[in-house]
Design a protein around this ligand. Sequence first.
Ligand code: AGP
Length: 613
Amino acid sequence: MCGIIGYIGPQSTVEVLLGGLKRLEYRGYDSAGIATAHDGTLHVLRSQGKLDNLERQVGSRPMEGHYGLGHTRWATHGRPNEENAHPHRDCTKTLVVVHNGIIENYLDLKSRLSAEGHRFVTETDTEVIAHLLEKHFRSDLEQAVMETLKELDGVFAFATLSARQPDTLVGARNGPPLVVGLGEGESFLASDIPAFLSHTRSVMYLDDGEVAVLTPDGLRLVSHEGKEIKREPARITWDPIQVEKQGYKHFMLKEINEQPRAVRDTLLGRYSLDTGRIHLDETGLDDDSLKRTRKISLIACGTSWHAALVGKFLIENIARIPVEVDIASEFRYRNPILGPDDLVVGISQSGETADTLAALKATRDRGVTTLAICNVLGSMATRICTGTLYTHAGPEIGVASTKSFTTQLVALYLLAFKLAQIRGHLSPEESQNVLAEIARAAHVMEQTLLLAETLEGIAREFHLASNFLYLARGPLYPIALEGALKLKELSYIHAEGYPAGEMKHGPIALIDGRMPVVVLALTGLLFEKTANNIQEAKARGARIIAFATEGDRRLEQILDEDRDHLVFLPEHPELISPLIAVVPLQLLAYHISVARGCDVDQPRNLAKSVTVE
Ligand code: AGP
């Protein structure tokens, strides 16, 4: 939700800022803006809508300066128009601020500052920061930030630049991420690493309660109380090329196709087929504490929550430990019963989803062991939790999660196997068998990706439908939910995912001749029961798009060649079906979205990282 970029250095600041914003646009695209400091003056350009609009403005009004800030907005307070676009200014117009998050006491601050004579010109909560900085600025921006921080409530990250001290950028974090990039004679400040990945891989994450002061002499880190902090930069292994489209029409399509690689990378070095052993030492969770675990809670949002639902099947079936699954925004407010031998696992691609973080913090504060399953090195979730199991999906730019989902599943398989081994539910021989099955997943995915053309054809046929129903059973039920979510967010078609057996308890009333019903009816996995549900849907006129396993032709007897579709997924072990079955549903949603002319990588109203409640 909102992306921040700041730059100090010899390069063209405007180019660096625009390049950074391009990489951060996944965080919000309601408006964009930049500010540079030059010759004692601040130059500000802002535009409603996507970054292209701002780029056009910059083309006609070039800006100079070696210090600058940029912002891409996902609107919370105030309409998504130019007036509310960041950077925001104080009354003197000598200071700008860009912000990600929410200032919860902004109404109180606004009335107090207004009474003191400050003039507000936007509907945003951010503007109070600019006026507070103005009020507290004597001769030093850092000191003004420190004073301002004392008055702000909420979760926020912000960065500021002043014409009165133009060689200094100051950023502060209290919730949403801020990361510093350290280059040769230049420094960056951003909400996420891809913003400056093409310039440097040397990074330093700010923790909550920290302030970064960037000057031409380098970086100073201090706590909100002013205490100096020493920290070594980390080196990021992500390659700048990974954040390019590499010839694909959309990031999402590239990321769907990257899944076999991402799955292989997430498995790499974590198991041995020879011994059947799983190596998860990196999580820092020792075997004794895992052995003592009495209950596991999986908490997440959105697509990551769907991964958690699959995780419940895996862990309960394989490791025989009771698992609860919660949507993080519910968990954090429901006073869950947690014991000292529980393990709470937060699943988050970004590691910065506000609800997941709040749930993990509350759990940690109760002394319960926490594990993050996360894709972003050093992100907040990894800092809160006792341990982290990283997915190695690489940067995911498309707003719709794809490779992050399948790699989360891989992490959950590994966790389930590890727990099962420690608790004596998987012998070395059985381990070797299940590991051999999971090791095949990437190859089966590659074969599944060959269905793209078939799915494009089906998409063309159904792209004007208004409603879709997705049905499946067991561990594929969460995949039905995920397929429906992908379709909703990408194409704006209403879609519902349901356990197939639940259809007759309500959703069947929705079915008529215009309703496509997508069914995952893979071999095993209660095939016969699902086939019955297909019959029930067909009896009410539904058109079926069924996915079955290669070699299993039983559905041909039920389906009509001229109305329905039967798509065969490559033959594979039942254990890995969730990993395989999601791929065609991602492709179906993608192609329907393209056929409808929707913005695949940046669907309306969405942002990739939801850093507010
Ligand atoms: C789904 O395509 C979305 N990207 C969204 O549901 C996402 O999974 C959710 O916001 C959670 O994000 P996280 O994994 O970064 O915590």
